[in-house]
Design a protein around this ligand. Structure first.
Ligand SMILES: Cc1cc2nc3c(=O)[nH]c(=O)nc-3n(C[C@H](O)[C@H](O)[C@H](O)COP(=O)(O)OP(=O)(O)OC[C@H]3O[C@@H](n4cnc5c(N)ncnc54)[C@H](O)[C@@H]3O)c2cc1C
Length: 406
């Protein structure tokens, strides 16, 4: 048993910081938790993106006492419409709507701007006295009873567990020799914040256009965040257009329902891909968040999956520590892996199928999917199941995702 040995987390963005807070809550101050990330030197964050945080993950932030700091700048999604049309169609017929809360008084998701969320996580971690180091994890050596983690400043920490929360291009995953399965979509998501004349009333819109989904996600005030999928080359062309031409492309897709539009920041294109790590664990190492999986943003679930990893791993570690068991040992990590791999694969397959089904020009497929959407819309129990699934409230839900403290 290695009670004095702590946990090092490589990567201090959403997954890494949320995990540090969950571990601190469940383990107390006697077990050191160290988070290393060179990006700490560049906070506050300037990330222009926004993320749909589903109900279960909002409950996690509530349990970690982070939510009060972002609540004011979070926009509840109270309604969602899905359309399927060609780019030049004059109207975009609505095939599916999701209105109303997932449970009374609780919207199924909130839109949160990434910079607000990161800054709130940082502040909370500092208040909890978590050891934050503005440097990378550069190497590690595993022994049966511990893992020696080397940081960019040369410091070596003897830990019971190392967590890789270092994002899609995880060097820690690579160093463990864990391969990934997946592919590039040859699509990019153009992300831009748009101001509009009229209120969105908390309504999110997903327009399935032949190049891919065009999502309008409500932010506070008369603003929305767009995730606009195009082929890689077309996305790069559109994102680099001068303001006037960009505005024309935007209006062709967005329409004028919300009045005059204005891009409020510089559009940026993010390449989209899908991959899942073959293993989520190695000796004394666990992967969480994008280090373990990356999915298409079509259903806004990437970070939500990562936060489910965080909740499950924290619960496995804390349960083991309370039994006096070495929480870095294989059985503990194996419980985490069993818990998370199936859900991740299922979500990966679902988002991948949605993207294949919707990002194309085929009239036949269009008829098939429109019948499917229409059916879901007319079957309340099925629709409710989809909403609960999207909100992260189905399956074996970890305690933090129910809003319970660890
Ligand atoms: C266009 C787009 C829209 C999206 N919309 C949504 C949405 O609506 N809902 C949703 O749930 N998800 C969404 N996602 C997915 C979401 O953005 C990611 O899942 C999320 O950012 C992953 O967080 P993370 O903490 O795992 O990794 P990251 O945010 O990638 O952070 C990794 C961190 O690790 C650090 N790091 C790297 N190497 C090292 C090292 N060696 N040592 C220490 N630190 C290191 C980096 O500096 C970084 O801070 C979207 C993604 C895209 C591209």
């Amino acid at each position: 048993m290695t009670a004095s040995r702590g946990i090092v987390i490589g990567g201090g963005a959403f997954a890494g910081l949320a995990l540090a807070l969950a571990l601190r809550q469940g383990l107390g101050r006697d077990v050191p938790v160290i988070v290393a990330d060179p990006a700490f030197a560049t906070r506050p964050s300037r990330d222009p993106r926004a993320t749909a945080i589903v109900a279960a993950c909002r409950r996690l932030f509530e349990a970690l006492e982070v939510w009060p700091q972002v609540a004011e700048s979070a926009q509840p999604i109270v309604d969602m419409v899905v359309t399927d049309s060609q780019l030049e169609d004059v109207t975009r017929p609505v095939f599916l709507t999701f209105a109303g809360p997932v449970v009374p008084g609780e919207p199924f998701a909130h839109m949160v701007e990434n910079r607000h969320l990161i800054d709130a996580l940082m502040q909370r971690a500092e208040a909890e006295g978590i050891d934050l180091r503005a440097t990378a994890v550069t190497a590690y050596d595993t022994r049966p009873e511990a893992i020696a983690v080397t940081l960019g400043d040369g410091v070596v920490i003897d830990a019971a567990l190392l967590v890789a929360a270092d994002g899609a291009r995880s060097k820690l995953r690579e160093r463990a020799g864990i391969p990934t399965y997946g592919w590039d979509y040859d699509q990019s998501g153009i992300v831009v914040t748009v101001g509009h004349e009229r209120e969105h009333n908390g309504c999110a819109e997903e327009h399935f256009l032949p190049a891919g989904p065009f999502a309008i996600l409500p932010l506070t005030g008369k603003r929305s965040s767009l995730v606009w999928t195009e082929s890689r080359t077309e996305a790069a062309r559109i994102a680099a257009l001068p303001e006037r031409e960009f505005h024309q492309e935007l209006e062709r897709r967005f329409g004028l329902r919300l009045g005059e539009l204005k891009a409020l920041d510089q559009p940026r294109a993010f390449p989209l891909g899908y991959f899942v790590a073959r293993d989520f664990i190695a000796p004394r190492l666990a992967l969480v968040g994008d280090a373990a999986h990356v999915i298409h943003p079509i259903a806004g679930q990437g970070l939500n999956l990562g936060l489910k990893d965080v909740a499950a791993l924290a619960e496995c570690v804390v349960d083991a520590a309370r039994l006096g068991v070495d929480f870095g040992q294989f059985n503990v990590l194996e419980r985490y892996q069993r818990w998370r791999r199936f859900d991740t694969m299922a979500m990966g397959v679902a988002t991948n199928s949605l993207n294949l089904l919707f990002s194309n020009q085929s009239q036949l497929l269009r008829s098939v999917r429109d019948i499917g959407l229409g059916l879901v819309d007319r079957l309340p129990p099925l629709k409710e199941l989809f909403i609960r699934q999207a909100a992260g409230l189905t399956g074996e839900v970890p305690r933090l995702l129910k809003g319970e403290a660890l």
